[in-house]
Design a protein around this ligand. Structure first.
Ligand code: MN
Length: 261
């Protein structure tokens, strides 16, 4: 059987220590190719570059491992890898280890999860791995769990229509209480609009605030992280509200006649 080919990327940029830790942990499992952005794209969402060409450079990671870096987005990194930049097409994508959690609605902002989504759109399964904020950045448990999970994915298979979104509590290894398969929770953002005046008398605005909280409902990724458990949330891209389909059908929208307006 052909050796597993893993494309590793991130949104924190090619110099991130999280990328380095992930690459090292996955190396025993398969051939790792790295294509990561030149700079930090955190909170870029699923952006794709269409209005300019992409440049790709060959670089070395801090441990000497060869890698590619581009001026494109995390999603572009996956497109490059899948559409033929690499001599061999990857079997799957692993994005991370992100510096900061991606819980609940965070996934709609996350460049890490966007890279995984791009992989899914290309028909390849993907894993997104994030480490919550804490004191310093101990990537060991997150990297080791990513390797463990990848072995399970290789053994059991997950199909090409799902992402596994993994969040790891940033605590000493002895304080991690387990692993939980979860659903997405509800984030509570604390953003405020701050209005200030620039030196030329013009108003400008900043949107931001304290770190978000969340509703720690049982079974959610937010509750698992609250209790120092690793969360694994399967995600797909069908955002259809199946609940509302039958309701909307009763509105008679199909009877609207454009010629009668
Ligand atoms: Mn990031």
């Amino acid at each position: 059987m052909q050796r597993l080919h893993i494309l590793v990327t991130n949104d924190d940029g090619i110099d991130s220590a999280g990328l380095l830790a992930l690459r090292r942990a996955l190396a025993p499992i398969g051939d790792v190719s790295i294509i990561a952005p030149e700079h930090n794209w955190s909170v870029c969402g699923h952006s794709k570059t269409m209005d300019r060409p992409l440049r790709v450079r060959e670089v070395e990671l801090a441990d000497g491992f060869p890698a590619f870096t581009t001026d494109g987005t995390p999603s572009d990194c996956v497109s490059l890898g899948v559409l033929g930049f690499l001599p061999r097409k990857p079997h799957l994508v692993v994005a991370g280890i992100n510096m900061g959690a991606n819980l609940g609605e965070d996934i709609t902002y996350s460049g890490t999860v966007a890279a995984a989504m791009e992989s899914l759109i290309s028909g390849l399964p993907a894993i997104a791995v994030s480490l919550t904020r804490g004191e310093g950045w101990g990537f060991g448990p997150a990297a080791n769990f990513a390797a463990h999970l990848l072995r399970q994915v290789e053994h059991f298979g997950i199909g090409g229509d799902v992402i596994l979104n993994v969040n790891v509590p940033n605590v000493p290894i002895g304080q991690i209480t387990g692993v939980e398969v979860t659903r997405l929770g509800k984030r509570l953002y604390k953003d405020k609009l701050i209005e200030r005046t620039d030196p030329y008398g013009r108003k400008y605005y900043w949107i931001g605030g304290e770190r978000p909280g969340g509703e720690a409902a049982a079974g959610t990724d937010i509750a698992a992280i609250d209790q120092n458990r690793i969360s694994v949330t399967p995600i797909h891209l069908d955002l259809t509200s199946h609940r509302l389909i039958s309701t909307l059908k009763k509105w008679g929208l199909d009877g609207w006649n454009p010629r009668k307006e």
